[in-house]
Design a protein around this ligand. Structure first.
Ligand SMILES: CCCCCCCCCC(=O)SCCNC(=O)CCNC(=O)[C@H](O)C(C)(C)COP(=O)(O)OP(=O)(O)OC[C@H]1O[C@@H](n2cnc3c(N)ncnc32)[C@H](O)[C@@H]1OP(=O)(O)O
Length: 222
């Protein structure tokens, strides 16, 4: 039992290590002004490094073996996942009923020069609101996300994000959230209001049944 737990812990740490390396690669590859020949050499070395990872892969109907869908462990979430090359990653904790997130966005997230892409801000806020909704005990899927961009979000600057449930009405859960600079949390840069819809049992089964039953009911091939 301990061997299994230690193995899973080690795998999660390794996924985080690989994620760190990938994020460094993405940021350096975005920021680089290295000579053209170096770009070509790097492309070849990266293809070589990627090949063994592609030898044994899952489909979209297989959750990652290191994930725990029931406990909400998602290592490849594109906002929070330690293993995701796409994730800043945002680290989220709760202060009372409010979800608080922290991250710093690199050049890979650039939209207007030196500021974050608006779609990235919306993605971060969808996650913050979804986190708050899930932890309020009324999980649901985003039905609508309205984003108001008050000021541009600077790159390479520590950010503070929030998410909070403000209303529950039958299957509809409303949540709000913000993005601000960590050193000026009262000055809102972006705010969002989201409507999350709780799934009916048959909807949840239709959407997620295949993944859940493959993971939790059928033995996985070694
Ligand atoms: C710790 C882990 C944290 C995880 C965070 C994850 C964050 C990320 C969250 C996401 O990004 S989820 C992915 C993006 N969302 C989707 O892909 C959802 C796609 N949409 C759907 O699957 C369906 O439209 C949905 C399940 C949301 C609703 O379909 P239903 O058929 O259940 O809706 P239904 O017609 O029964 O309506 C239920 C109620 O919701 C209302 N409603 C449904 N969709 C709406 C909508 N889009 N806008 C406004 N209202 C909506 C609808 O009017 C109605 O209100 P009333 O009960 O008052 O009559």
């Amino acid at each position: 039992m301990h061997a299994v737990d230690d193995g899973l812990l080690r795998r999660r740490e390794a996924i985080g290590e690989l994620g760190d390396a990938l994020r460094l690669l993405v940021e350096n590859a975005t920021a680089t002004e290295a000579p053209t020949e170096e770009l070509l050499r790097a492309a070849e070395r990266i293809r070589q490094a990627a090949a063994p990872l592609g030898e044994r892969v899952r489909t979209r109907f297989d959750s990652a073996t290191a994930d725990d869908l029931i406990a909400g462990v998602r290592l490849y979430n594109p906002v929070t996942g330690a293993g995701s090359a796409l994730a800043p990653p945002v680290e989220i904790h709760r202060e009372g009923t409010v979800a608080i997130g922290t991250c710093t966005l690199g050049l890979a997230f650039e939209g207007p020069p030196s500021y974050a892409h608006g779609g990235v801000s919306a993605m971060l806020l969808d996650q913050m609101l979804g986190y708050a909704v899930t932890h309020s005990g009324n999980p649901g899927m985003t039905g609508r996300l309205e984003t108001t961009y008050r000021r541009p979000v600077p790159l390479h600057t520590p950010l503070r994000l929030t998410g909070e449930v403000v209303g529950v009405e039958n299957r509809r859960v409303t949540a709000t959230g913000t993005i601000a600079c960590a050193d000026e949390p009262g000055r809102v840069l972006v705010e969002a209001t989201g409507l999350f819809i709780a799934l009916r049992a048959e909807q949840a089964q239709r959407l997620f049944g295949p993944v859940l039953s493959r993971r939790y009911q059928e033995p996985r091939a070694g």
